[in-house]
Design a protein around this ligand. Sequence first.
Ligand code: ZN
Length: 340
Amino acid sequence: MSPRAVAALRAVMYDGRTVVTQSRPEPAPSAGEVVVRPVRVGVTPADLQVAELCLKFRGVLGHEFVGVVERASDGAGAPWVGKRVVGSPVVSCGGCERCRAGLSAHCADRRVMGLHDRDGCWAERFSIPAANLVEVPKSLGDDAALLSGVAGMALHAARATRIEGKTYVSIIGDNALALIAVQVFAKLNASVRVLGFEPARFSICDRWRLKHRHADEVGRRQDQDVVFECSGTTRGVELATRLVRPRGRVLVASLSPGVPRQALPDTAPLLDAVAISAGEVEVAGVGRGSVRDGLDALARGQIDTSGLVTRRGVMFDPAGAFELAREPGCVRLSVEEPRR
Ligand SMILES: [Zn+2]
């Protein structure tokens, strides 16, 4: 072997056709970045979309992790090495008008690890700006910490909504976001229910004594004050406009990295413009919230994530992982290195 050979590591890549484990060079962190070794990587519906719908993204997959910081570049700030961390996958430029106005989540040049224009975390090691990281308290387990980004998004949705008196809220979907959001809205004294499509996923609400129904079994009575669409599907968005009352509010969340409609008729959400206009319905988008807020709520025990990691896969067996992630009962798949 050449003495100049570049050290390599394993990473799960999408190459435009398929998802494979490949050898990649060691990450070279820029100033202010750190190198993290993931102990858990979450495989989410967005990962499945990238691979199954041949989306534009090419590179290392993965945007949800719990890991340990191995190295830090100059300018990374706090002593990060050895810390157990989670982090936001959104990397903003810091220099554009929006970033300077404090809206870095809406950076004009934003990149999203594993989804848009930046390698993700599904690798033996990856780099990430230290500013994106939050240290995980010792009291919080890896599975719970893995869902801190989703928890942050559910909190973000709830904060964007006025809950006064007995507010009727329907949450559409049976993914991790829907199942965390139902808990968050229930704590705000709302009358809340989950309307899911896959009973094996949403029956977990029984444990929290929260109402759930199959989406096909509910009347379209336009009597809900707030409908939070979490499924990211045409079906879910159409249902939302049938459920919301006149002058009610529809919240729309989609973690899709951006799907060309012609490529994806079934999941490109369509809002019913006539129903929105006639009902004077307010429609609001819900982007990613704060990972730190999510982590804090989890650490304080305000959100129960036990049982949401329903499947475990092997870190560098992407074919096996995707098979598990597609199972009807899979809410969240965590891929991990086998225990040595
Ligand atoms: Zn920017």
